[in-house]
Design a protein around this ligand. Structure first.
Ligand SMILES: Nc1ncnc2c1ncn2[C@@H]1O[C@H](COP(=O)(O)OP(=O)(O)OP(=O)(O)O)[C@@H](O)[C@H]1O
Ligand SMILES: [Mg+2]
Length: 450
């Protein structure tokens, strides 16, 4: 059960015990303090979500205690108790972060309702924080490659600037992930992140999707609809696949973005908006402009800061960490844990992922479901990945090297096992010298299994 402790801070014994009695009857856990110092100690010991705090206290007054509590435990719900003549002060405390105040003489009903509401607010706050952590995890950008680490550094610099950003990259490279990171690291993080998929929404619905409409604006508009521009006010608007937006819509959007205001379809009221736009596309926009499918002026408006995500085949070092990460995510929620052999990892690392990270992620998830047993090995991989990893020109790079090592390691271990880890016999079988085998084993980190 969640913590329902209420700390009661009042210098009058009678008030403390009366409140304690009322709260105990309602099954709250009650802690008492007769002055500010005791209150701060109790905060440290019990971390109460709700504090009832008298304004008038000897030595350190309620205002000072409130200040200190809010500094150290900003989430705490502090309800001030104000005596006759301290109402003005009580109002001031709200500005300092107090949740509410109640007046003496205390009404039991008012007291209980205020505490119960305060506790609800506290729990919602905590839930919200938890959700944020979950979302942040969901949008974590996993990488080890230089290019991606550079990109992350750039994101951290660009995000707080409020500049508009254009993200380019092939399908599945993580454009949405990057857009989200920009939002979360910006000063708009607590405001909405609104995603408009320009490729998925048919042209005739796009206008209403973005601008919203008034009731009766057209046949079928049986109630008012708030568009995404309005929803994104003070937050971030993510125009995903912006290269797929019709030229007519581009013109209307550009005008709106420049003026910072618009009207809903069928409406007269001008609505002001303050939005940051992050756009993404997998198209080569320069080509789209040349062919008349994308407005150059909109491009310059959006492309204040360009961020490019390179394809996965240009950063193969990321493949193993991504694979481990996706596998781990599955392992976390499943009773059966699975691992992948170095050989299979080698094959994945040297494969050319046309669908980039999304394709890799889908494959790992599929393997997790389909592979029986707890080891994912080379033979479990789709044929194109197995064969590709043996003979592809692309492999004259690091990917090939690690794939080769992985294969070699796997092969040597298998041979060693077949010969009960007798190095001389194994070397003879493989056709290399004993010294050479020992050296290879050391190099590949092969140790005798016991
Ligand atoms: N670096 C990464 N770390 C962890 N997950 C990633 C990474 N890059 C991409 N992903 C995951 O891969 C999938 C595709 O990413 P995302 O949707 O951001 O790509 P996209 O470029 O927008 O793709 P599309 O062009 O298909 O819309 C998502 O599930 C995302 O979580
Ligand atoms: Mg996307």
């Amino acid at each position: 059960m969640s913590n329902n402790t209420v700390l009661v801070v009042d210098d009058e014994d009678y008030i403390r015990s009366t409140i304690a009695g009322i709260l105990n009857d309602e099954h709250y856990t009650v802690k008492l303090a007769k002055d500010g110092f005791e209150a701060l100690t109790a905060m440290k010991n019990f971390y109460p979500p709700v504090v009832l705090l008298d304004i008038w206290l000897p030595q350190m007054d309620g205002i000072e205690v409130l200040k200190r509590i809010k500094e150290q435990y900003p989430d705490t719900i502090v309800i001030m108790i104000s005596g006759h003549g301290t109402i003005d002060t009580a109002v001031k405390t709200i500005k300092m972060g107090a949740y509410d105040f109640i007046e003496k003489p205390l009404s039991a009903d008012k007291l209980l309702i205020t505490i119960s509401n305060g506790l609800k607010v506290f729990n919602l706050q905590q839930e919200n924080k938890q959700l944020k952590v979950t979302i942040e995890k969901k949008y974590e950008i996993i990488s080890v490659s230089r290019v991606m680490e550079d990109l992350k550094r750039k994101i951290a610099i660009v995000a707080p600037s409020d500049s508009w950003v254009m993200i380019t990259g092939e399908n599945g490279t993580g454009k949405e992930l990057v857009a989200n990171a920009i939002h979360r690291l910006s000063s708009r993080a607590n405001m909405p992140f609104i995603d408009v998929n320009c490729a998925a929404i048919p042209e005739e619905l796009m206008e209403s999707e973005l601008f919203g409409h008034e009731k009766g604006a057209f046949t079928g508009a049986d109630r008012r609809r708030i568009g995404k521009l309005e929803l994104a006010d003070r937050g971030t608007l993510f125009l995903d696949e912006v290269g797929d937006m019709s030229v007519r819509m581009q013109a209307k959007l550009l005008r709106t973005l420049e003026e910072g205001r618009f009207t809903r379809i069928g409406g007269n009221n001008l609505i002001d908006i303050d939005i940051r736009v992050v756009a993404a596309t997998n198209k080569i926009i320069k080509d789209e402009i040349r062919d008349g499918r994308f407005r150059e002026d909109l491009y310059y408006r959006l492309n204040v800061i360009p961020l490019h995500i390179v394809s996965l085949r240009e950063r193969k070092e990321d493949i193993p960490v991504l694979t481990e990460y996706f596998l781990n995510e599955k392992n976390k929620i499943s009773r059966q844990k699975k691992r992948i052999t170095p050989a299979a990892m080698g094959a994945l690392s040297s494969y050319v992922w046309k669908g980039n990270v999304r394709e890799l992620k889908n494959l790992v998830e599929r393997l997790f479901v389909l592979v029986e047993g707890d080891v994912i090995d080379t033979e479990d991989l789709p044929r194109e990945i197995r064969t590709n990893s043996k003979n592809d020109d692309e492999q004259a790079d690091d990917g090939l090297h690690s794939a080769k090592s992985a294969f070699e390691k796997d092969y040597i271990i298998r041979m060693l096992k077949e010969h009960s880890w007798n190095i001389t016999k194994t070397a003879a079988k493989i056709g290399i010298s004993r010294e050479n085998l020992s050296r290879k084993m050391k190099l590949l980190g092969i140790e005798r299994e016991v």
